[in-house]
Ligand binder design. Structure first.
Ligand code: SAM
Length: 252
């Protein structure tokens, strides 16, 4: 079972967020366990202070190292990174981290324990990243007020990749990024909505034609929205020719 331990000063933030859909089902089926922990539980002072002013001056407050190290030690048994078990990942959510993607989600889904440290204010004392964490992860090139939303996103993306979490094992295989492309467009009834028709091939029932249409549509959508992804995958000659023929933005 994969166990998540989330360290935060706002544990209530997570009260409902893991009670829906696939994450809820994975918890109910004991595929995963999610525990949230109040960082203030590891403070030693009467006011349960977790932050302090930055050395060198400047705005804002910094989360202190002592409660974060104490929390991780209690949750993993390790005082620092070098003592962690191979199957344990300790992740600091940070805009300075490497950007989270499907490949990293797949790697993390193989862990036995993932500790997620949510920063607040101006961030977390750098000794946490230097000595304690296995990963420093950002969810994108923008700054959030805290790591909680980022932690929830990591949990969701990772849980989908835990074997048995999705109804059908093929669902994750066909999704965006799994083969380096975006997903193909999906349609359901009605076949004609306000004059906009579902492509005829999808209504015809010829599986080979449908598969080819989907591959080509996935390539078209990737070229339009994420051309950077196309530079990282190997395409067949036919696929290259399709892309050359495609007018960007023409979805029909
Ligand atoms: N001073 C920091 C900087 O400029 O890099 C920003 C600190 S931010 C206001 C407070 C906390 O939010 C961070 O410590 C981190 O835990 C979280 N956070 C903000 N943006 C994030 C992102 N893009 N990905 C992951 N966590 C983020």
């Amino acid at each position: 079972m994969l166990r998540f331990d989330i360290i935060t000063i706002f544990p209530d933030y997570f009260r409902l967020i893991f009670d829906y859909g696939i994450v809820r089902r994975a918890r109910a089926g004991s595929l995963i366990e999610i525990n949230t922990h109040d960082l203030r539980g590891w403070t030693q002072n009467r006011h349960r202070t977790v932050d302090d002013r930055p050395f060198g001056g400047g705005d804002g407050m910094i989360l202190k190292p002592e409660p974060v190290f104490a929390a991780v030690e209690d949750l993993t048994g390790a005082r620092q990174r070098s003592e962690l078990k191979n199957e344990t990942r300790v992740v600091l959510l940070s805009p300075q981290g490497c950007v989270f993607d499907q490949k990293l989600a797949a790697e993390l889904s193989e862990a036995e324990q993932i500790v997620l440290i949510c920063g607040r204010y101006e961030g977390v004392d750098e000794r946490v990243a230097e000595r304690l964490t296995t990963d420093e992860i950002s969810i994108g090139d923008y700054v959030l007020s805290g790591g909680e939303a980022a932690a929830a996103i990591l949990v969701d993306a990772i849980v989908r990749l835990v074997p048995g979490a999705l109804g059908s094992e093929t669902s994750a295989i066909n999704e965006s990024f799994s083969e380096g492309l975006l997903d193909y467009p999906h349609y359901t009834r009605p076949p004609d909505f306000r004059g906009s028709r579902v492509p005829d091939i999808l209504l015809g029932g010829n599986h080979a034609e449908v598969a080819q249409w989907r591959r080509r549509a996935a390539l078209r959508k990737t070229k339009r929205n994420r051309p950077d992804l196309l530079e990282r995958i190997v395409l067949s000659e036919t696929e290259k020719a399709w892309l050359d023929e495609e007018g960007i933005g023409d979805e029909s």
